[in-house]
Design a protein around this ligand. Structure first.
Ligand SMILES: Cc1ncc(COP(=O)(O)O)c(C=O)c1O
Length: 433
């Protein structure tokens, strides 16, 4: 135990939380603790790790880059590493996204997108288009702007006075359909609220922000692809920008490189982070269309995007990002993703009808089981019990209240993944008793 400052852990009630796991090594899908345990990282360390901990190619790239250029500010300078990362990303992104702005984490990528959207309209002479539309159950991060577009929750309640108002529209949470439909009667009617809102107020709205196909922290809610397609269409019909927050969904999580690709949708702005460096160093990016970028050009300094962070475009993080993208090319990453997805589908379909299960959901490498609970939601009493049970069983999962989910590094073996599903099976049996 250290005698230094006491560490205040994120998302943790310090007075009641169990002592943190003391991790001495992370390798592949495993975390090794000082007391001799080996625990599967079933959520990729908050959804960042793609290729397993300590991938030698990423470790080597980081070391090599640190020895060459550690960090140089990105205002007024550039370097081959950050340019190579931008060039490699180009290959995977929708063609109309052409300009990349680097920042530090998912929340800052979202802040940048919101600010770009608002200033874009101001710069083209429409300053009245400045409000945001966001979804129920949305989560976009913990900074003030990102919390404003996130849905109201126990996470945000202490800060209500700081948040800017946004228009809130329905999410396609089919299990608890906001418009009372079932899959057989549904024609994505939940988007009607957005259409009606934009019909009335498009003249004052800058952008709609969405987590494409998968709302993560809000409960691992999987949307039909048609929902995202409809959002795109409605935004186009009314001249409103679409921001896709791919902070979670990017880099293969949903089965393709980006979730937008699955729906065949190109947003106007896209936010990336988490897997951008393979999950090794913090880095984020907001990518926009040429039209948006061009609106910031000109002699008038007030058109400039006055935004930046000290570590923007850090070359060591960029080197990790390049190494991670190279792994997508040199290793069978999408075969691994498909194998995970197949096991998820098989295992979830076997428990779908279990009496303790409300709904099972999956997309790509994410599998979720929503347990029936009288107190559904993040603060469900089930959560700490589930967390402890999984840790004691050798698996790190952090259920979102009554929603248990798995989101593993792509190198997890079928035996390891089945082991994690088996532990969820144990929980269901305990619930049934
Ligand atoms: C969709 C989405 N956007 C933004 C964020 C915020 O990212 P960060 O925690 O890196 O600030 C998250 C984090 O989970 C997220 O899931």
């Amino acid at each position: 135990m250290s005698s230094g400052l006491q560490i205040w852990h994120p998302f943790t009630q310090q007075s009641t939380a169990p002592a943190p796991l003391r991790v001495k090594k992370a390798e592949g899908v495993y975390l090794y603790t000082e007391d001799g345990r080996r625990i599967i990282d079933g959520i990729s360390s908050w959804w960042v790790n793609l290729h397993g901990h300590g991938h030698p190619a990423i470790v080597a790239a980081v070391a090599e880059q640190a020895a060459r250029i550690d960090h140089v500010l990105l205002a007024g300078t550039t370097n081959a590493t950050i340019e190579e990362l931008a060039a490699r990303l180009r290959k995977y992104l929708p063609a109309q996204l052409q300009h990349i702005f680097f920042s530090d984490d998912g929340s800052t990528a979202v802040e940048v997108a919101i600010k770009m959207a608002v200033q874009y309209w101001k710069n083209i002479g429409r300053p009245e288009k400045k409000s945001m539309v966001a979804l129920e159950h949305a989560y976009h991060g913990d900074t003030v702007g990102a919390m404003s577009v996130g849905d109201d929750s126990g996470f945000t309640e202490s800060f209500q006075s700081l948040l800017f108002p946004v228009h809130r529209v329905h999410s396609a949470y089919c299990y608890r359909c906001p418009v009372g439909k079932t899959r057989s009667t549904c024609s994505i009617d939940c988007t009607e609220k957005l259409r009606q809102l934009l019909e009335r107020k498009h003249g004052e709205i800058a952008a709609v922000i969405v987590e494409p196909l998968l709302q993560g922290a809000g409960g691992m809610i999987v949307h039909p692809a048609e929902f995202l397609q409809r959002l795109r269409k409605i935004c186009d019909d009314f001249g409103v920008l679409l921001i896709a927050d791919e902070v979670l969904t990017g880099f293969g999580r949903c089965g393709r490189m980006f979730a937008c690709e699955i729906a065949g949708v190109a947003p106007d702005l896209m936010c990336l982070s988490k897997g951008l460096t393979g999950g090794v160093l913090p880095m984020a990016a907001t990518i926009c269309t040429r039209g948006i970028y061009d609106a910031f050009l000109g002699d008038d300094s007030s058109r400039t995007f006055y935004h930046g962070h000290s570590y923007t475009g850090n070359p060591i993080a960029a080197a990790a990002g390049i190494a991670s993208l190279k792994i997508f090319e040199s290793e069978p990453v999408f075969e691994r993703i498909d194998a995970i997805s197949k096991i998820h589908c098989e295992r979830l379909s076997a428990i779908r009808e279990h009496p303790a299960v409300g709904e099972v959901r999956s997309i790509g490498t994410m599998a979720a089981v929503e347990l029936k609970a009288g107190d559904a939601g993040y603060f469900s009493k089930l959560r700490p019990k589930l967390y402890d049970f999984f840790i004691d069983s050798g698996v790190l999962l952090r259920p979102l209240g009554n929603v248990i989910y798995i989101l593993p590094p792509y190198v997890i073996s079928s035996a390891e993944l089945n082991f994690v599903h088996d532990r969820i099976g144990d929980v269901l049996e305990l619930c049934a008793r």
